[in-house]
Design a protein around this ligand. Structure first.
Ligand code: BES
Ligand code: MN
Ligand code: ZN
Length: 466
């Protein structure tokens, strides 16, 4: 879909002219006022639409009145939702061109563009019959810059969703490395297995040792002359999580190609940075491997030594994400950055606790956690902080090593959080658990089934505001 800007949208000969309507107000379009409002009593509640034919009275063939709800409650997130709903409607009508004559009262170009691109998204590359799409939309009453920013956000989300939706046979650790190396304006170094061994990443290596796909440690870097801040973002990169020898049951394994959604998020964010050239140094890190069951797989009872020298007794091979993140966290801390954020499809427990509505967040710096939560609110992603009481570590105590990789079934998201904290030193750190939000089993809100690009908008905005 092409997205353009015009200051004369009312006079475009498009298939559909989309006009905004706030509850209790008139629209910018006389026909809409006459038919939708005066005759049929359309109220313009948020997300509702009303369609009418124009029969040659204006250049557009049809008018779609988009309900925007109450004007004083209409902000950027609502603008995104209304544009999303309108584009979905346009697709159902097989419209090919449309123009948006919204009187939002603010520049809705960025969020409108994101909404349009979310509506345009389909993972149909393997389908013979492609999704119905709108070819071109034009926004009125917006700036070129805001639409450009929206496109960068939209493209980053699409990039992440495509990668996470791909079968594991395609999105292998090598593919993630190749993708990282292909990013414009980003310096990337990929560490191969022997180098990962030399770095002492015994926890990460153990997870990947059961797979025929070689592990890759990926370090992407975005730099600028005088960075105001240095941030590392780490994405869990388990390209397939079979559970390992503690094999998952079929129903749980089915979607485990999504276990690299954190990595895909980091790649999406890195792919967008050069468009904004923020004055921040950003390190994107991914310990990519597969967690497989085989003759060479790591075993329950094995003792692993992480990069910081701490030893871990393997209690359950399915708690693999935290092992790979442990080594990545140590690596990130050694970079001497100001802040580290890891994002991971880490625990089913987080999904049980928060559902698909919000991602879990934990950390060692209240202010940083709050800033991430706040950023999320502004861009339409929800986070809920979970506690990191030291009691959660009790169940991780091991008789033969410094800790076990799993503890009590209860409070599983927090147990994972306190486990990760063992590998964080002298840095502000936040951990985001997107197990519930990264991949949907059915369409929800502005997402089709499958990958959502969870975290992309938040992390990108967080970096840009740093
Ligand atoms: N990748 C899973 C977590 C997950 C579950 C993500 C559902 C998305 C949807 C993770 O590696 C895992 O298997 N976690 C275990 C941990 C347990 C063994 C302590 C879990 O949550 O069951
Ligand atoms: Mn697992
Ligand atoms: Zn996993």
């Amino acid at each position: 879909m092409e997205i353009k800007v015009s200051n004369d949208v009312k006079n475009l000969a498009v298939d559909v002219l989309v006009v905004s309507m706030f509850e209790g107000e008139k629209t910018s379009q006389e026909l809409a006022n006459t038919y939708a409002i005066d005759r049929d009593g359309f109220k313009g509640k948020l997300g509702q639409t009303y369609l009418l034919q124009t029969y040659g009275q204006i250049p557009a063939a049809k008018i779609l009145v988009a309900g925007c709800g109450k004007r004083d409650e209409f902000c950027e997130n609502e603008a995104r939702t209304v544009v999303y709903k309108s584009v979905k409607k346009l697709q159902q009508m097989y419209a090919k061109t449309a123009a948006f004559d919204f009187e939002a009262g603010f520049d809705y170009g960025k969020f409108g563009t994101i909404g349009a691109m979310l509506a345009d998204y389909a993972f149909d590359k393997y389908k013979s019959e492609k999704a119905t799409r709108v070819d071109e939309i034009t926004f009125g009453n917006v700036s070129e810059e805001s639409v450009k920013a929206g496109k960068t956000f939209g493209n980053a989300m699409k990039f992440t969703r495509d990668l996470a939706n791909e079968p594991a046979a395609y999105a292998t650790p090598s593919k993630l490395a190749e993708t990282a190396l292909s990013l414009d304006g980003i310096e990337t170094r990929v560490y191969e297995k022997d180098e990962i061994e030399k770095m002492g990443m015994g926890a990460f290596l153990a997870v990947g040792q059961g797979s025929v796909q070689p592990p890759k440690f990926i370090h992407m870097k975005y730099t600028c002359p005088n960075p105001k801040k240095r941030i590392a973002i780490i994405g869990k990169g388990i390209c397939f999580d079979s559970g390992g020898l503690d094999l998952k049951p079929p129903a749980s394994m089915l979607t485990m190609r999504d276990d690299m959604s954190g990595a895909a998020c980091v790649l999406g964010v890195m792919s967008a940075l050069k468009e904004f050239h923020p004055e921040v140094e950003v390190h994107g890190l991914i310990a990519a491997c597969e967690n497989m069951a085989s003759g060479s797989a790591y075993k329950p009872g094995d003792i692993l030594t992480a990069k910081n020298g701490k030893t871990i007794e393997v209690d359950n091979t399915d708690a693999e994400g935290r092992l790979t993140l442990a080594d990545a966290l140590v690596y990130a801390c050694e970079l001497g950055v100001d802040e580290v954020i890891d994002i991971a499809t880490l625990t089913g427990a987080c999904m049980v606790a928060l559902g698909t509505a919000a991602a879990g967040i934990m950390g060692n710096d209240k202010d940083m956690v709050n800033r991430i939560i706040e950023t999320g609110k502004n861009v339409g992603e929800k986070y809920w902080e979970l506690p990191m009481f030291k009691e959660y570590f009790d169940s991780l105590k091991s008789d033969i090593a410094d800790m076990k990789n799993t503890g009590s079934r209860y409070g599983g998201a927090q147990t994972a959080g306190v486990f990760l904290q063992e590998f964080v030193k002298d840095v502000k750190w936040a951990h985001i658990d997107i197990a519930g939000t990264a991949f949907l089993e059915k369409p929800e809100k502005e997402f089709i089934k499958g990958a959502t690009g969870s975290g992309v908008r938040t992390l990108l905005s967080y970096i840009l505001n740093s």
